[in-house]
Ligand binder design. Structure first.
Ligand code: ADP
Length: 376
């Protein structure tokens, strides 16, 4: 190949030996095109470029580098390149090119103008980089993400449909249980009434599960519901729903200064409600609950904290509590469905933030979540 290159180089006065060797030694595929000739033909190519596209030197020289493209080129990239050549400016584009054997490769091409002393663009130098592996990985990732989104969507619909459909038979069980109690309750002995209580309890638990599953599957992302709102108002709304629990348990609440943010108010009310409810529910025996709600700015996000003085959580369970149906206690110790924190995590994900917990067993927990100051 050395001989062929010599011929080409001498045609184009590329006689500086160091420059020539530098081009040839470069592992980066390089070409030089002649801007003064019609259609900007390639007048120089190093070996790395020939290795990249699989052509011989004489098959490359004299051709416009578009000969590497197929019918499926990204039109925008081609237009960018054309414009840069017309205007004598730099361009960087990613092109799908084809090797001589027909195998496609992704080419990251940087074209830069070469000017003469008068500032006229006489040539372009094109540096290529084979980014096929990266592009294939990226495309596989996009395809996988689409697949996941699709199956996630289907799963949400499935959860919604099943929980919705379960309500009807449950209603029937409940009304017949009530009827049995009303009509035959007095005829039952103690055991009979206890069994009836168990059946009612089971039905109530199922109702709670269905309600939570419905809430979870209904958490759609609808930007029309987002609005600018004082977070204090959101917290107050959630406390309004927890009024009875707060009073009954003698909970002390402290609320710091909270920002105004653009959020889905219904979802964030639900989030605070779940966190405050847990903060009170998981209290220590004989210790009145103290719940502190605060926010601070951290870079481009606000971090909210719901801190309690309850039973706390062991560090090994910090992640587990956000997983659906994962509970650290039996129902007889603390009632619940194990869905509340999953709902919180989903709401926060919808708001482009994250949620986590810090805690010391026996002292209390701090549930924290972040949300970007500006909704992206
Ligand atoms: P649920 O309260 O219905 O069980 P959650 O998803 O809200 O479901 O919580 C999951 C588990 O995390 C709870 O069962 C409990 O063990 C633990 N947990 C949640 N909040 C607290 C808290 N503030 N203090 C201690 N443990 C908590």
């Amino acid at each position: 190949m050395g001989k062929k290159l010599d011929t080409v180089n001498s045609i184009n006065n590329l006689t500086d030996p160091l420059l020539k060797r530098t081009f040839e030694a470069s592992r980066s595929p390089l070409i030089v095109t002649d801007n003064l000739r019609l259609d900007n033909p390639i007048i120089y190519s190093n070996q790395a470029f020939l290795d990249l596209c699989g052509y011989d030197l004489d098959e490359v020289i004299g051709r416009n580098c578009r000969f590497l493209q197929g019918d499926d080129s990204d039109e925008e990239a081609v237009a960018t390149l054309r414009e840069a050549v017309e205007q004598g400016t730099d361009a960087r584009v990613t092109l799908k090119n084809y090797r001589k054997d027909g195998v496609p490769f992704w080419n990251d091409l940087i074209m830069s103008p070469i000017k003469d002393d008068a500032g006229k663009v006489t040539h372009f130098v094109g540096m290529q980089l084979d980014i096929t592996d990266r592009m294939e990985a990226q495309q596989a990732l996009v395809a996988k993400t689409e697949q996941l989104e699709q199956s996630n969507h289907e799963l949400e619909q499935f959860t919604y449909a099943t929980s919705h459909d379960l309500q009807e038979p449950l209603r029937m069980i409940n009304s017949y249980l009530q009827l049995i109690r009303k009509r035959y309750g007095e005829e039952f002995d103690e055991d009979g009434n206890t069994f009836l209580d168990f059946a009612s309890e089971g039905a109530d638990r199922m109702q709670a599960l269905i309600n939570d599953l419905l809430t979870l599957s209904r958490l759609s992302d609808d930007s029309r519901r987002y609005k600018k709102i004082a977070m204090r108002e959101v917290v107050d709304r959630s406390l309004n729903n927890l009024k009875l629990l707060v009073e009954e348990t003698g909970t002390t609440l402290t609320i710091g200064r909270l920002p105004t943010m653009c959020v889905d108010p219904v979802q964030i009310t639900q989030l605070f409600q779940n966190l405050i409810n847990n903060a009170i529910k998981y209290r220590r025996a004989g210790v009145k609950p103290v719940v502190d709600i605060s926010a601070r700015k951290d870079g481009g996000s606000y971090i909210f904290t719901v801190k309690d003085n309850g039973i706390g959580i062991e560090p090994k369970h910090f992640d587990r509590v956000f997983t659906i149906f994962q509970r650290l206690h039996t129902r007889s110790e603390y009632p619940g469905t194990g869905i509340g924190l999953t709902i919180c995590a989903k709401i926060i994900k919808r708001h482009n933030g994250s949620i986590w917990v810090e805690s010391e067993p026996g002292k209390g927990s701090s549930f924290m979540f972040s949300m970007p100051v500006e909704r992206g």
